[in-house]
Design a protein around this ligand. Structure first.
Ligand code: PLP
Length: 394
């Protein structure tokens, strides 16, 4: 029903994903195809485009605030998609999940504190921790080599959280890049440990709308009390509807004292307004574009199947079965290439640009993160290139 076939030309536009190729690989790489940064190669949902065009024609672009329509849209989406009851008073609108997480780190940690993260993980977590003067304590995910599935070492997590200098844990649910959708039981165990050691749990749920069949996403707040009040959830319509460039995210802070501290930190950062088009797009997305998103989920499922077939037909390539997100974590260690050789192989021979696994921590060496949010023929073209290059390895 919607258009998931048109492939917009994003090379030499404002797209950061495509600019990366130019910046990093330089001249002579115009043909390299980007499947890296987590945005989508689809034309936007028509309901969102209509709302933006309408706003562009009729609105005035002064200082804005989060309107009642925005709160209702967020509350409605969370109720319909996640069975989660959100009080509008808990919601904090901001320009993005990372800006909101950085605000929270300013509000709730001090330079020199320890923060727990779980590598391999979305690399801006590391930057945010370092940028706020925090010491990283890595509760590295444990990979089962037979199944490829990642789990949490809870003994190690408990030991790290018990460090008296540890004040926060930054959890990615579902997890980018390994694709785990943490179960309610796993979340409860994390929550229990954070509560026992008085560590604030910051939960990045930007991928929460992308649980696959059989892997329903449990949002932290769905665990109820005491977990919900001991955590902050960071959500957004920007992955779900591909709106990152419009700047909009929603944090849920249930505890009044935490909200007050967050608000002081946000005020001190000095933002005087919210993004007008971010608001307009968020409301249109959550209220009117749900059918577009449901169709997108089917396209992503088809793309996962295409990649899974490719991986099973090519020795040395193993797909880590994703439970959520639109990113695929692919194990290329079987090719026996060191990180430099793997990079060179992808860019110079296969002419494809994925996100290198090492970007997410040393645990990611030999892996690549492939962004599946693109028209299926584009994925097929990339995999054909990869297949041809793999054949030259003999
Ligand atoms: C886990 C995770 N958190 C945050 C972000 C970025 O969110 P924002 O653009 O809202 O800062 C991304 C983008 O890829 C992500 O994967």
């Amino acid at each position: 029903m919607f258009d998931f076939d048109t492939r917009p030309e994003r090379r030499r536009t404002t797209s950061a994903k495509w600019k990366l190729i130019e910046d990093e690989l330089g001249a002579g790489h115009d043909d390299v195809v980007a499947m890296s940064v987590a945005d989508m190669e689809f034309v936007p949902a028509p309901q969102i485009v209509d709302a933006i065009v309408d706003a562009a024609r009729h609105d005035v672009f002064g200082y804005d605030y989060a309107t009642g329509a925005y709160y209702e849209a967020v509350v409605g989406w969370m109720r319909r998609r996640h069975g989660l009851e959100i009080d509008p008073a808990w919601i904090r609108l901001s320009d993005g999940v990372m800006p909101a997480i950085n605000t929270a780190l300013r509000a709730f940690t001090h330079p020199g504190d320890v923060i727990v993260i779980q590598r391999p993980v979305y690399h801006p977590f590391t930057n945010a921790a370092r940028g706020n003067g925090l010491t990283i304590s890595n509760n590295a995910l444990v990979r089962d080599e037979a199944s490829g599935r990642y789990t949490i070492d809870f003994d190690d997590l408990g030991a790290r959280l018990s460090d008296p200098r540890c004040t926060a844990m930054l959890l990615c649910n579902p997890h980018n890049p390994v694709g785990r959708v943490w179960t309610a039981d796993e979340l409860r165990r994390i929550g229990d440990l954070c509560i026992a050691h008085d560590v604030l749990l910051l939960v990045d749920e930007i991928h929460a709308d992308f649980g696959r069949d059989g892997h329903p996403v449990t949002m932290l707040g769905a665990l109820g009390e005491p977990y919900a009040s001991h955590a902050i959830e960071f959500t957004a319509p920007t992955k779900t509807f591909n709106l990152a460039g419009l700047l909009c995210s929603n944090a849920f802070i249930r505890d009044g004292a935490l909200r007050a501290r967050y608000d002081v930190a946000a005020a001190n950062i000095g933002g005087m307004t919210v993004s007008h088009f971010g608001l307009v797009a968020c409301i249109a997305a959550y209220d009117d574009a749900e059918a577009w998103f449901d169709e997108l989920l089917d396209v992503l499922e088809r793309n996962r199947g295409v990649l899974a077939d490719f991986a099973s037909a090519h020795p040395g390539v193993a797909l880590v079965e994703p439970e959520g997100t639109y990113l695929a974590w692919v194990d290329f260690r079987g090719l026996g290439l060191d990180p430099d050789a793997l990079r060179d192989f992808m860019h110079e021979r296969a002419r494809v640009y994925f996100d290198e696994g090492v970007m997410f921590g040393p645990e990611g060496a030999g892996f690549e993160r492939i962004n599946l949010a693109c028209p299926t023929p584009m994925l097929q073209e990339v995999l054909a290139r990869l297949g041809t290059a793999l054949a030259t390895l003999g």
